[in-house]
Design a protein around this ligand. Structure first.
Ligand SMILES: [Zn+2]
Length: 967
């Protein structure tokens, strides 16, 4: 930690930032950053503790992570289990924590009127946590369930494999999250009591002088200071030194290696890593950012451009990762095509050629200056983000940077120092390299197994090989990027004439409709553009859907080397397929936005199929479909639920089946048909004038719909697309049974869905209020008490304007049939809780929900997404929040109980429930038994999803129909 003079200098903040900041140090040495933001609706806090999984005692892997779980439970002052998270949830907030190698971070946000008590409860984690024996036993299961979920994640598996192949004397090699073995079985066998170890760990590592706190509120700095001093001064200070882990995790035997590993999912991936000097030591000089910018560049002449042109790679990223202040890695991660997989040595060879080019060209000052200018604009015109995200970032920075850079961190490279860049560049050599190569092709050809995740792998030394690969690699023209023309120079804020509070329809023609919302709130030189191409041909068949998908990916592929410059400069775009066509989004600095949009539309208009690129994209899409079966069971259950309910949705298996037979010629024939009829729903918002917005869309229309041979024609009235949802029958239960798609996955999952009503403000708020009250109770009962599984969620669900409740639970402990019974038992219990609810409690919950709805948009993209949702769904209720607040103000407790009794309660007259059960490997024996024992009178078994759907009545569609209906 930096000390001395620097602490006195002022905290650097963005030019556009009106918040006030103050650093204080309490009597117990706790260092605090106070943030006062009179405009905020949510308050937040984050505590960063300078201890993490590197400090786990040997043989108790995961103890730091487990302690993080346990601190949430209860404290001496608030002994009621889970009452902290209950308080937070019921006051419109959220809370979470994570454990990294050298720190553990705890954070929450909450409605501002509940902040003081929330902060008091939060402070007690660090003053006197309870760590009760009973909860300790139960929560080990939650940690184990978290591990069961990670077991099938390639990110976790490959991360651990890299750690495994490092010095066992360095804590980098440890297993960090823990499971039943490490936290229960092994300690027990050694006569250790996990709870005692937990307490020992807490006492030995948690000390006020090792903590950094950020508090974000509406209050003045003086008021927060008083509050913080009073709440946090009792955290004991044992004046501990932070544990230090000097030394390098990789020894000579861990370098110059090629590791072949078998992933869960399809796809070939190459990760090239070098241990480097930690970039944080030179954070104002940004050496890793400079190198990451160049090696990861995607413009013409870049490494990625060349790999892409050869048909070898589909993505590439390069950056410093996996670092502490003592050691660090620079990594290049490349997704390979099948062909690229065969040319692995050439791919690595080309990477080294590019590094060689960087060595030859020397460090370029103009590139550094360009990058510094981009970073400077990004820092000073950054969007406001949620306070909860903001405090976490800053709390992490506090452990690492001197106070003046707590907000900046490493984001503002400003000192050009060629020697620090050169020093890192000199680390990127063949003697220093570690290559991790993942592919299913290695299945059966490996001889080793990583112990924690059981990942099969093999390892070989590659001394001297890389230099040969480099010489043998093809001679492609690699060169440095050109100057970036997309860097905005006009950052002025327009004086916008239309002071509208919600979007207005600015323009309508037979080709398009334009919604417009001038920025009157954020005063940032950015704009947001959405164009939804409604093309009736898209949804015609599985083939047409897949071809639309390939079309959008090819467009992105063609645009990439040009538009990458725009992205680097903070102007982003996306082209994605939708159920009814495709969607173009452009978001970022408004100065050069029109240039980018014109290019995108031009590419659409002049689209031609390049057969070589078609093959590459087709291969990617095929792998994506193949990987659907490795989705987590709860995701599979959610998918079945949507498929049963959404009239236009198609099983992905149909697309997967037609895909291999589609060729470039099919796409070439299809695209003119796809574009032949289109209606453009458009939204433009931000620092853009009305006539500018109008002319943007006029230009788009000119390109697509005008001229002697127009590409598009308007759609016929009969062709407008709809979104319709199955209307389940009142008083009926439905069940769908499926085996998990991955036989190696032990997890089962249940989605218990209760369909309630079509968009209606009063009913919406009743349902939302019930979800708010029940959410935490469900979590406490089903996860903390019954320990069904790490993923246990209750949420309000909206399918195209049809509202309902959804329980989502993933478990290895109980099969889906039994979990379903637990959900119903919970609802019975909740019924009595609702009956015991006092008037005061009801009012508190109503107020909390009103607070949530009163929350202002924090940035342009949040605002735009809200309004865009109303537009694409066809509901157009731009005043939704105000109307729902009015409805909430009228609501009585009696009405809420009646609503529960009528629609949600088990056995309710109007209850409509669909239970989707996915059986994992551990419960596969229950599948047949459950299925045949279903009570046919109580429950309708859905055997064939599509014939079931066709036999059911549907709700009316908002889109293309009921749009202007009064709610
Ligand atoms: Zn966890």
């Amino acid at each position: 930690m930096a000390v001395g003079k620097e602490e006195l200098s002022e905290i650097v903040k963005p030019r556009t930032d009106k918040r006030e900041y103050k650093r204080i140090v309490l009597g117990n040495a706790l260092e605090v950053l106070l943030i006062s933001d009179p405009d905020t609706d949510k308050c937040a806090a984050s505590m960063n503790v300078h201890v993490g999984s590197f400090s786990d005692p040997p043989g108790l892997e995961g103890l730091a992570h487990f302690l993080e779980h346990m601190l949430f439970y209860a404290s001496e002052k608030y002994p009621l289990e889970d009452s902290y998270s209950k308080y937070i949830t019921e006051h419109g907030g959220g809370t979470n924590a994570f454990t990294a190698s050298e720190h553990t971070n705890f954070y929450f946000d909450v409605n501002s009127d509940a902040f003081e008590e929330a902060l008091d409860r939060f402070a007690q984690f660090f003053i006197k946590p309870l760590l009760s024996p009973d909860a300790t036993m139960r929560e080990i299961k939650a940690v184990d369930s978290e591990h069961q979920k990670n077991l099938l994640s390639d990110a976790w598996r490959m991360g651990q494999l890299q750690r495994h192949l490092s010095s066992s004397r360095h804590p980098y090699s440890n297993f960090s999250t823990g499971n039943w073995e490490t936290l229960e079985v092994c300690p027990k066998a050694k006569g250790l009591d996990t709870r005692e170890e937990l307490i020992k760990f807490y006492q030995g590592n948690y000390s006020a002088n090792l903590m950094h706190l950020v508090v974000y509120t509406k209050e003045s700095l003086d008021n927060i200071q008083r509050l913080v001093e009073c709440k946090f001064q009792d955290i004991p200070n044992s004046d501990l030194n932070p544990l230090c882990f000097p030394g390098q995790p990789c020894m000579a035997e861990h370098l110059e290696i090629l590791v072949k590993a078998v992933p869960i999912k399809q796809g070939h991936k190459l990760m090239i890593a070098w241990p480097i000097t930690p970039g944080i030591r030179y954070y104002q000089e940004g050496p890793c950012r400079y190198l990451g910018h160049l090696i990861g560049h995607e413009g013409e002449g870049s490494l990625f451009y060349v790999l892409k042109t050869l048909g070898w790679a589909t993505s590439l990223m390069a950056a410093e990762m996996d670092w502490t202040t003592e050691f660090s890695f620079f990594k290049v991660i490349i997704d390979l095509t099948d062909l690229g997989h065969e040319h692995m040595q050439d791919v690595v060879g080309l990477l080294f050629k590019y590094i060689h080019l960087l060595q030859q060209s020397g460090v370029c000052e103009w590139i550094f200056n360009e990058l510094a200018a981009i970073c400077e604009t990004m820092f000073h015109y950054q969007d406001k983000i949620r306070p909860i995200d903001f405090v976490v970032n800053v709390a992490l920075n506090m452990q690492l940077y001197p106070p003046k850079d707590w907000l900046v961190g490493s984001s503002l490279p400003s000192k050009f120092n060629p020697s620090s860049i050169q020093m890192i560049l000199d680390d990127l050599t063949q003697n220093n390299v570690r290559i991790f190569w993942e592919s299913k092709d290695f299945e059966g050809h490996t001889d080793l197994v990583e112990p924690w995740y059981r990942t099969p792998y093999s390892i070989e030394k590659i001394s001297g090989s890389v230099i040969q690969w480099m010489h043998a690699a093809p001679n492609e023209h690699l060169h440095l990027p050109a100057a970036n023309v997309f860097i905005p120079t006009d950052l002025s804020i327009r004086e916008l004439k239309e002071k509208v509070i919600s979007p207005i329809m600015l323009r309508k023609s037979s080709y398009s409709r334009l919604w417009y919302k001038a920025d009157t709130i954020f005063s940032i030189p950015k704009a947001y553009v959405k164009i939804d191409f409604n093309c009736p041909c898209t949804s015609y068949s599985p083939e047409s859907e897949v071809l639309t998908e390939i079309f959008t990916r090819l467009l992105t592929d063609y645009l990439n080397e040009y538009a990458y410059y725009a992205q680097v400069a903070g102007l982003n775009y996306a082209i994605t397929s939708t159920d009814s066509g495709f969607e173009v989004t452009v978001f970022g600095y408004n100065h050069k936005m029109m240039i980018l949009l014109e290019t995108v539309v031009d590419k659409i208009a002049k689209f031609t199929v390049k057969p070589d690129r078609f093959q590459v994209i087709k291969e990617m899409v095929i792998k994506d479909y193949e990987n659907y079966k490795f989705q987590q069971p709860y995701q599979q259950a959610m998918y079945y639920c949507s498929l049963i309910l959404q009239d236009n949705s198609r099983p992905w298996m149909e697309q997967a089946e037609v895909l291999p037979h589609l060729e470039a010629g099919h796409l070439a024939e299809f695209i003119p048909m796809l574009l032949s009829r289109a209606f453009l729903e458009c939204y433009i918002a931000g620092n853009i004038e009305a006539n500018e917005a109008k002319s943007m869309i006029e230009q788009v229309e000119d390109v697509l719909f005008k001229g002697s041979h127009p590409i598009c024609k308007p759609v016929f009235p009969s062709q407008h697309t709809t979104n319709r949802v199955v209307k389940l029958e009142k008083g009926k239960s439905y069940c769908y049974f499926a085996n998990g798609l991955n036989p190696n996955d032990e997890n089962s999952a249940l989605v218990h869905y209760i369909q309630v009503h079509q968009d209606n403000f009063l009913r919406n708020v009743k349902l939302e209020l019930l979800a708010l009250v029940a959410k935490h109770r469900a979590f406490h009962q089903l996860r903390s008490v019954e320990q069904l599984g790490y993923i246990t969620v209750l949420l309000k669900r909206n399918y195209f304007g049809i509202h309902g409740l959804q329980f989502i639970i993933q478990s290895t402990v109980k099969g889906p049939g039994k979990i379903d019974q637990r959900v119903e038992a919970f609802l019975d219990m909740f019924k009595s809780e609702l009956h015991e609810m006092t008037g005061d409690e009801f009012k508190r919950n109503v107020d909390a929900l009103i607070q949530v709805k009163l929350e202002k948009f924090k940035n342009l993209s949040e605002e735009s997404k809200f309004y865009w949702q109303e537009i694409v769904n066809g509901t157009f209720k731009f005043d939704r929040r105000e109307s729902e607040i009015a409805a909430l103000r009228q609501l009585t407790l009696e009405e809420l109980r009646d609503f529960f009794g009528e629609y949600i309660k088990v056995g309710a007259r109007q209850r409509k429930n669909l239970s989707v059960r996915v059986y994992g490997a551990v419960h596969s024996s229950e599948y047949e038994a459950d299925k045949s024992s279903v009570d046919q009178i109580r429950c309708i078994k859905v055997d064939d999803i599509l014939s079931f759907r066709r036999s059911q009545p549907l709700y009316g569609s908002f889109k293309g129909g009921l749009g202007q209906m009064k709610l």
